[in-house]
Ligand binder design. Structure first.
Ligand code: MN3
Length: 207
């Protein structure tokens, strides 16, 4: 058994200039695939039999196996990230809009605070909207670190802020990448589902 590179839920050309086909070719086709391949290559020595991806992440963290942690966490993070995107964009509505209004004041205030976190995060990492208890919170994690490995922080929405996510299309202008995605390229229906606290399952897979 082995982990696989999940299918993208849209075509690599669906986002036009917002996320180019070149970015998908490298970010999905090379970076994400390399994380899958390296996780599979390291699986054997764990002694785990047919683990779920989330179990590999927790095992690697508990064993201090940084190589396996980084690669397996990146497999999960990217699988979740692709699901957070949609070429159809739109706006948060219903229960999600109500929750953003409740915890951030308004959808615009949420976007402003999320952008601050995402642009202010130094170097490589991920900006996150998580469920923390019964409230939504914005945070970020460095490098491959992931809410899967942080009990009590349940993943709802993420943007990848590693340079490889935006450099081909936006060069060093990370704020422009964040704005473009938040305004036009988020699958808010997927984000809304994760209010149930089961976000980890939605990017998990069997090994
Ligand atoms: Mn990435």
């Amino acid at each position: 058994m082995a982990f696989t590179l999940p299918e993208l839920p849209y075509s690599k050309t669906a986002f036009g200039d917002t996320i180019s086909e070149d970015t998908f070719d490298y970010h999905y086709g090379k970076h994400h695939k390399a994380y899958v391949d390296k996780t599979n290559a390291a699986l054997e020595k764990t002694g785990l039999s047919s683990p779920k991806l989330s179990e590999v992440i927790l095992h690697a963290k508990s064993q201090g196996d940084n190589g396996l942690f980084n690669n397996s966490a990146q497999v999960w993070n990217h699988s979740f990230y692709w699901e957070c995107l949609s070429p159809d964009g739109g706006k948060p509505s219903g229960e999600l809009k109500d929750a953003l209004d409740r915890d951030f004041g308004s959808v615009d205030d949420f976007k402003k605070k999320f952008k601050e976190e995402a642009t202010g995060h130094f170097a490589s990492g991920w900006a996150w909207l998580v469920m923390d208890g019964d409230k939504l919170a914005i945070t970020s994690f460095h490098d491959a670190d992931t809410p899967v490995a942080h009990q009590g922080k349940k993943p709802v929405f993420t943007l990848d802020v590693w340079e490889h996510a935006y450099y081909l299309d936006y060069q060093n202008a990370r704020p422009d990448y964040i704005d473009a995605l938040l305004d036009d390229a988020i699958n808010w229906d997927f984000v809304a589902k994760n209010l149930d606290g089961k976000g980890v399952e939605r990017a998990d897979q069997d090994g």
